[in-house]
Design a protein around this ligand. Structure first.
Ligand code: COI
Length: 354
């Protein structure tokens, strides 16, 4: 696929690079590709960042037919601009699409289009430590039709946002509220895909946790409220009695790319790591007897987010000594060194843009 380029004639002022926050500032350009049933994906174009024009009856506005990805471009100290495992994002986008009757977007066009967009907006890739260009590819169903049926038209869009830390706490451990009322997803539902609806369904619990003084929620499985699924918008890992354990891909949790990368990193260190069911009871017991050594969320946006304490059924339990665990720190350092091109990439995960 070829992407036509229409450059902005009014470049925006660059932000204060020391105060980026997360997801509030957008670059000069965006990528759009249209889909029409019978014709496939067509008219790939990079255009100035602008509001969308949608028919008020577009499927996405009524039935939430939308999927997205989250990935980043990193500025290496030697001037290279790197993407991290973009093929994995492209494949996951297509697996999300299959669940919501959204047509596949070709993996090679996904990578080529994003490379071209990031190269054009290269001046927006922040150079400050721990900052990156967050890339948000998404697909929306655009057919104006109020009947609940598969849309015949879609748009694939990519926008980019220079970002700092996802949580204002950065790598400082956060407090987590174990959610026992709302659930995020059930097996057979959409928990394993990245669709906007999953995040909409998480908001009330997140708000409740915030009001109670916690940063995020720990999600339990939707069927029995017994096993751990995810934390906030991330996969979750525990260091329990000398081993890293993380919930298995049960059908209700997202197959995180950071999750997969952390598991591969740990295995390369011969560190014991298990993907299995983890009951809240097991974590509670370990928290009580000192076996809960570390806990952290893993995701593209925050990379590693250490958990300092949990509220479980009204009681507060500290993880380890409440600080950043040594293993959490080691994983963060190793993964970010690869992502930012400071260390050799033995896994072949990084893809050069420039
Ligand atoms: C990520 O960690 O990449 C996420 O999915 C968070 C995003 C919803 C902001």
């Amino acid at each position: 696929m070829q992407f036509s380029v229409s450059r902005t004639t009014a470049p925006k002022a660059k932000p204060d690079w020391d105060k980026l926050g997360f997801g509030a500032i957008f670059t000069d350009h965006m990528l759009i590709v249209d889909y029409t049933e019978g014709r496939g994906w067509h008219d790939g174009r990079i255009v100035p960042y602008v509001g969308l024009s949608l028919d008020p009856a577009a499927c996405v506005l009524h039935y939430g037919v939308e999927i997205f990805e989250g990935m980043k471009a990193y500025a290496a100290p030697d001037g290279r601009i790197l993407l991290f495992r973009p093929d994995a994002n492209a494949r996951r986008l297509n697996s999300s699409g299959a669940r919501l009757c959204i047509p596949e977007f070709p993996v090679e066009d996904f990578i080529a289009g994003i490379k071209q967009l990031v190269a054009l907006d290269e001046a927006w890739v922040p150079r400050q430590p721990e900052t990156s260009l967050y890339i948000r590819p998404f697909i929306i169903a655009t057919e104006p039709h109020l009947g609940v049926s598969r849309s015949k038209t879609f748009q694939f869009i990519v926008i980019c946002s220079p970002v700092g830390a996802y949580y204002p706490e950065g790598l400082d451990p956060v407090g987590i509220f174990v959610e026992d009322e709302f659930v995020r997803a059930v097996k057979g539902g959409t928990g394993y895909i990245k669709c906007g609806g999953n995040y909409a369904a998480s908001l009330a619990a997140q708000y409740k946790a915030k009001q109670l003084g916690y940063s995020q929620v720990l999600w339990l499985d939707g069927a029995e409220h017994k096993y751990i699924d995810e934390v906030g918008t991330m996969n979750v890992m525990f260091k329990l009695r000398g081993k890293v354990v993380t919930p298995e891909l049960s059908g209700s949790i997202l197959p995180g790319i950071t999750r997969d990368s952390v598991i591969k990193l740990l295995k390369s260190w011969d560190y014991p790591v298990e993907e299995r069911k983890i009951s809240l009871e097991e974590v509670l017991q370990a928290a009580k007897d000192g076996g809960l050594e570390e806990a952290f969320g893993v995701g593209t946006a925050a990379v590693i987010s250490p958990i300092g304490h949990f509220n479980i059924m009204g009681a507060d339990y500290t993880v380890g000594d409440g600080g950043i665990g040594p293993l959490s720190q080691k994983i963060y350092d190793a993964l970010t060194a690869i992502q930012w091109g400071r260390a050799e990439d033995k896994f072949g995960w990084t893809v050069r843009v420039l």
